[in-house]
Design a protein around this ligand. Structure first.
Ligand code: FES
Ligand code: FES
Length: 379
């Protein structure tokens, strides 16, 4: 296996790939970006076209391992691109698709033509499009649609080459987690101001949750700074080994029929004077092939003399079968209930009232309580 780091649709991705893994298979299988289609799988039809470092590229004949450090944009990454928006509308207007199989590659190529060459004559346009084959529509409508969008436009090579998502995204917060293989020091920067409660960006999904614990801040912090005691309070989490800042452990997740166990490593840091802590890590589930990377930042604030509030910002990015749970809206309720369970367990650990629960993250009861709440709230 080879480890590769790349940017896909504006988000940092670190993955282990076989030397023979093709970029198209990686995007579709690992990233669930199935808008990249596979037709001929030998570089002829253009269905698999993506933008790689500012140039269109056939992902079916590109090795993922060769994309270390690359910037990849798939059809999913053009959602907010104005040229792509024009092209989509023109394709509809001119009936430039039927089954749609060739369409993602056709649109990606068409956008490149419009931005790189501007308003060119039809002969040149047909030549430029000749690397993308359509087996059902014919090319009259496709050419008419691209001509309409290109009309009157000047070449804009810089726009064609710039990574689309990076230009559209604002700054990412918190920063992407460091790789567990990195032996550098843990970042010691102060915890930034808490982010919005739910957010999704190409860099990952973030949720902020605040839980109130019926115990003084110093007692809560004392427990939170002892990872061997606090991790069992997180449903489904378990420490395998802890050596200074380096933590190895596992998290069991049960979301309906999906049951995975992420084994991973993390780096942990704490600032006792500010009652702040942070963790960055990544893990992989060998069974389902999902991988996760993320970070957590937490701080404890006194809420009167006998209570405190723990504010936590979680940021994660999932790939593989669990990628659908990158949508913050889908998991926000689960996280809220998870946080409530964590707070109960924490209080119990502080007061000695009951042993912490060890059920898997997102057990059936948890999922059912979320579904029920949504059903009866009518949301
Ligand atoms: S699938 Fe890549 S060119 Fe046909
Ligand atoms: S629309 Fe069907 S292959 Fe092009």
């Amino acid at each position: 296996m080879t480890q590769v780091s790349m940017t896909v649709n504006g988000g940092a991705v670190v993955a282990d790939v076989e030397p023979r893994t093709l970029l198209a298979d990686f995007l579709r299988g690992e990233m669930q970006l199935t808008g990249t289609h596979l037709g001929c799988e030998q570089g002829v039809c253009g269905a698999c076209t993506v933008v790689l470092d500012g140039r269109i590229q056939r992902s079916c004949i590109t090795f993922a391992a060769d994309c270390d450090g690359a910037d990849v944009t798939t059809i999913e990454g053009f959602d907010d691109d104005p040229t792509m928006q024009e092209l989509r509308e023109a394709f509809s207007e001119h009936h430039a698709l039927q089954c749609g199989f060739c369409t993602p590659g056709m649109l990606t190529t068409a956008r490149d033509i419009v931005l790189r060459l501007g308003d060119i004559d039809e002969r040149a346009l047909r030549e430029e499009l000749s690397g993308n084959l359509c087996r059902c529509t014919g090319y009259v409508g496709i050419v008419a649609a691209v001509k309409k969008v290109a009309a009157g436009k000047k070449p804009d090579v810089a726009a064609a080459a710039a990574p689309v998502i990076s230009r559209l995204d604002g700054p990412r917060s918190p920063p992407a987690p460091s790789s567990p293989q990195t032996n550098g020091p843990v970042t010691r920067t102060p915890v930034p101001a808490m982010a919005a409660s739910v957010g999704e960006s190409a860099g990952g999904t973030s949720i902020e949750e605040r839980v109130r614990v019926a115990a003084p801040a110093e007692k809560v912090w004392s427990l939170l700074s002892d990872l061997q005691r606090v991790v069992p309070c997180v449903p489904g989490a378990e420490i395998t080994s802890l050596d200074g800042e380096d933590l190895v452990g596992k998290v069991r997740i049960a979301l309906g029929p999906i049951k995975v166990t992420f084994n991973g490593q993390a780096k942990v840091g704490m600032d006792t004077s500010k009652r702040e802590g942070w963790l960055t890590g990544r893990g992989r589930d060998a069974g389902q092939g999902s991988s996760a990377e993320g970070s957590a930042r937490w701080t404890v604030v006194a809420d009167g003399a006998s209570a405190s509030v723990i504010a936590v910002v979680l940021t994660w990015k999932l790939s593989g079968p669990l990628a659908q749970f990158n949508r913050a809206g889908l998991v926000h309720d689960v996280v809220r209930r998870l946080a409530a369970t964590f707070a109960e367990n924490l209080e119990a650990a502080i007061t000695g009232a009951a042993p912490p629960r060890r059920k898997a993250l997102g057990g059936l009861g948890l999922i059912w309580s979320v579904i029920k709440a949504r059903l009866f709230s009518g949301s």
